[in-house]
Design a protein around this ligand. Structure first.
Ligand code: ADP
Length: 563
């Protein structure tokens, strides 16, 4: 308690400075109002300093007739400043300020000011009046001054008051003041026209931002929120005060679709800002009240003269799309599950026919049944893959890890797969001894191996070579996982299509040409599986030379996951 009060005192002491007393009250965010405030305050302070210094000089020279009005003028200026700080009413203060100034000018007509230079101050009046009151009200204030000067002029010519200036001097003042007023009026009107244009542009921009159906957030180069449009505020349930001028990553939290908070450097807008990477992705926005909103974000850097000056994020609510996706996945899961029973039945009956359980078959009939059986096997694989894909998408994939000798499994599956082919492929295997039993779901592990092996065989021409390596993977000298490498000397993956290799149903052009029989589901499935178990999969490939797929699994193995 004590600490905080003393801290407050220190900060208060620090804050009291002349700059703050004079310019402290500039809360307005509108730049025009801020300019006016600055003008009023500077005018008052400079007026005070100038008039009171002249007053003191005149008094020291015993020129009381000029010195006292000068001092009074100084007091009026400082009074004006404090009055403004007290009442904080712009319009009223501006009126008082101009009235004071006008009266002082009239006093100068009578006293003449220091060294008879009083009339020079008249030229400040049109500038102050037009700037503070705008071009229309400025005319009225100038007319007031002319009327007042005319009255004083008439009173002077009728000898009711004594004037420090001759009537010719006042006439000249009148004419030159009129010229200055017209010039300042023209200048002010040009400024107001361009301000109106800027205002209209601003309104147009705002209308445009509001009318974008998508949420929009613009960041400056420091990652602070510069603009947030209405849709964004509605979707994220925030208001300007919550976010404008604040650090984007501090005020907004996003999660990936699995619900993990996305690290700072992985956020699309941060990537756009720090590396000029345009990116998009699906995320979950966590609102302040804890509710979440699935969104699709497209982040783009804003680059000017080769420098990143900010980033723009457009996003939309994808709740409905996600529900639709879910409904589709549920349908596929249900359909593939139901299809398994009749497909198995076809398999059994084909087997029985081939075994001669229903009597002798001719060779031609046997070949036809074998074809049925082969197609049926492919259908089983496809339906199983579809079932797994939909289970992953629905989050209902079960993982039941147990200790598995993966080298043994790998060897068994690759030799099985090669035995079904007559491409004369050479196999080279290397299994590191330290990697034997790891904790994995045997069914999922089999799927991963089968897909990698069948691809390597499918996309490698006759007499090619296949290498299978299972090694301990090291990170900074410590074993952190298992590395599986499946290398072939096959057709490779075209450079242009590398990015799409793991997308659903994608098949590269060269693969389609040599092998019509493919689905484009295998790699999508195993990548989703490996992601699910916190592993990694990637590849290196050169078209026409070969491909190596790498699978990294964490040392701890797979974690148990149930529906
Ligand atoms: P499929 O093999 O049924 O077409 P996958 O999802 O297993 O589907 O593979 C997707 C695509 O990746 C393939 O169509 C092929 O273009 C490419 N691909 C996968 N493995 C290899 C490989 N070992 N060599 C060359 N291309 C490959």
């Amino acid at each position: 308690m004590d600490d905080s009060t003393s801290e407050n005192k220190v900060s208060k002491q620090k804050k009291i400075s002349w700059g703050r007393v004079i310019y402290g009250f500039q809360e307005s965010t509108d730049p025009f109002t801020r300019r006016q405030l600055f003008f009023i305050k500077t005018f008052s302070v400079v007026g005070f300093l100038a008039a009171s210094t002249l007053g003191l000089i005149n008094l020291s020279e015993r020129n009381y007739y000029v010195g006292i009005p000068d001092l009074l003028t100084g007091i009026v200026f400082i009074f004006n400043l404090f009055l403004f700080s007290l009442i904080k009413k712009m319009q009223l203060t501006k009126g008082i300020m101009l009235s004071n100034f006008g009266i002082l000018l009239l006093v100068l007509l009578a006293t003449g000011g220091t060294a008879h230079t009083g009339i020079y101050w008249f030229f400040i009046f049109p500038i102050a009046a037009f700037f503070l009151m705008g071009k229309e009200k400025g005319i009225i204030w100038n007319l007031f001054l002319y009327c007042a000067v005319t009255i004083v002029f008439l009173l002077g010519s009728l000898d009711y008051v004594s004037l420090a200036y001759s009537l010719t001097e006042i006439r000249q003042l009148f004419i030159s003041l009129a010229v200055v007023s017209v010039l300042v009026y023209l200048y002010q009107s040009a400024i107001e026209d361009s301000e109106k244009e800027i205002e209209q542009e601003k309104v147009k921009d705002e209308a445009l931002l509001v009318s974008i159906g998508e949420g929009m957030i613009a960041l400056d180069n420091n990652g602070k929120v510069l603009i947030i449009n209405k849709t964004a505020k509605e979707l994220l349930q925030v208001n300007d005060r919550d976010v404008l001028g604040k650090s984007y990553t501090e005020v907004m939290t996003i999660q990936d679709l699995k619900g993990k908070v996305v690290p700072h450097t992985e956020r699309p807008l941060v990537k756009a800002l720090e590396h000029a990477d345009a990116s998009k992705g699906e995320f979950i926005f966590v609102r302040r009240d804890g509710t979440s909103l699935p969104i699709m974000i497209v982040a783009t850097p804003v680059i000017l003269d080769g420098r990143i000056i900010g980033a723009i994020g457009l996003f939309r609510d994808i709740t409905e799309e996600r529900e639709l996706e879910r409904a589709k996945s549920e349908f596929v899961a249900l359909a593939s599950h139901q299809l398994r029973t009749p497909i198995s039945a076809i398999g059994w009956f084909a087997e029985m026919l081939l075994n001669g359980d229903s009597g002798h078959l001719t060779n031609e009939q046997k070949e036809q049944v074998r074809q049925i059986s082969l197609s049926n096997q492919r259908m089983t694989e496809l339906v199983t893959a579809l079932l797994h894909v939909s289970q992953i998408e629905l989050g209902t994939l079960e993982v039941k890890p147990e200790s598995v000798d993966i080298s043994k499994v790998s060897h068994k599956l690759i030799t099985e797969a090669l035995s079904k082919e007559d491409k004369k492929l050479t196999l080279e295997e290397h299994y590191e001894d330290s990697i034997r039993n790891i904790i994995v779901d045997p069914e999922l592990m089999r799927l991963i191996f089968q897909n990698l092996f069948s691809n390597a065989i499918k996309y490698t021409p006759i007499n090619g070579k296949i290498f299978v390596n299972i090694l301990a993977s090291q990170n900074e000298g410590n074993i952190d996982g298992v590395m599986i490498q499946v290398k072939d000397t096959g057709i490779g993956i075209p450079k242009k299509q590398k990015e799409k290799i793991f997308t659903k149903l994608f098949r590269a052009d060269n693969a389609r040409e040599i092998e019509t029989d493919g689905t484009g589901i295998g790699l999508y499935l195993i990548r989703a599986l490996i992601d699910q178990i916190d592993g990694k999969i990637w590849f290196e490939s050169e078209e026409g030379k070969g491909t190596t797929f790498f699978v990294w699994l964490p040392k701890e193995g797979m974690k148990y996951q149930t529906k």
